[in-house]
Design a protein around this ligand. Structure first.
Ligand code: PAF
Length: 279
């Protein structure tokens, strides 16, 4: 495994791999790797000759009052995990390489970026779309792997790839969960012991939604209400949003249908967590 810090060196390697017709599977990350990331690496390993993982905590997708400073950065541990998974290249660029002082260009996926998480995190998806575009241009992947937990991110990137005719196949893989149902996230490490216990309300409320839907409930308002009441039982939990939307357009629906996305964001103490379920 090789760690590449220089953007130019990474791009040169990617070009050479492509010239040799070696398929490149790419897993973009911000580090603090967990089983969710590793499941993406496993899939990339199975489907490609070469696997590249990027580790870059992208400041442009964090708002002013967000957790950029306390975002975990266990680089050595990440390296060991990637080594075990037989990753070929870690791309680990510096901030200045990615965003030189004269950097002025952004990628904006309109509408899809402004709803759900985009409402409470203005500019977040612009930051994601911009950095992912840059990473695609540097790593030149044939396939790129994203987790379903960040469902809106996946929809935004799929739209961007389609709209801008990017030559990469986007693969969205299932959410990996802890034993009690909590979706794996690098932010789970911020949770205090009681908060960690309370955090299970996210997946519990989605299970409740699933049960209601299986039982014949179709009204989005009723399901959202029941989920909200369930979450309110935990004193440390504060709902940011619960939404039932079309899985492609992210527009709200009144009646739940197959393919609908049930998504929520909840603050547990100071930590904002997200989760979702596709009906
Ligand atoms: O999902 C993430 O970890 C990030 O949003 C990504 C895709 C690596 C872009 O910084």
């Amino acid at each position: 495994m090789r760690v590449v810090r220089s953007l130019q060196a990474m791009q040169k390697i990617s070009r050479q791999l492509r010239q040799r017709h070696q398929s490149i599977g790419f897993v973009p990350t911000m580090g603090a790797l967990h089983e969710g990331h590793l499941s993406l690496v496993d899939r990339a390993r199975r489907e490609n000759r070469i696997v590249v993982v990027s580790i870059f905590v992208n400041p442009r997708q964090f708002g002013l009052r967000e957790d950029l400073a306390r975002y975990p950065r266990p680089f050595r541990k990440d390296l060991q995990l990637c080594e075990k998974k037989k990753v070929d290249f870690i791309f680990y660029p510096t901030l200045r390489q990615m965003y030189p002082e004269d950097f002025h260009t952004h990628v904006e996926v309109e509408d899809l970026s402004e709803v759900l998480c985009g409402k409470s995190r203005p500019g977040h998806f612009r930051g994601v779309a911009t950095v992912v575009t840059k990473l695609f241009n540097i790593i030149l992947p044939h396939r790129a792997y994203f987790g379903r937990k960040d469902a809106q991110q996946a929809v935004v990137i799929q739209r961007m790839v389609k709209d801008l005719n990017m030559a990469v196949s986007v693969k969205v893989m299932p959410t990996v969960r802890e034993k009690d149902g909590l979706a794996m996230s690098s932010r789970n490490t911020h949770l205090k012991p009681q908060e960690r216990k309370d955090a299970v309300v996210l997946s519990e409320s989605l299970s409740l939604a699933r049960k209601l839907i299986t039982g014949g409930e179709k009204s989005a308002a009723t399901i959202i209400d029941r989920m909200r009441n369930h979450i309110a039982k935990k004193p440390s939990a504060k709902t940011d949003y619960i939404a039932i939307v079309n899985g492609k357009t992210l527009e709200p629906v009144k009646k739940v249908c197959a393919g609908c996305l049930i998504a929520l964001a909840v603050r547990i103490g100071k930590t904002r967590l997200i989760d979702n379920y596709i009906a």
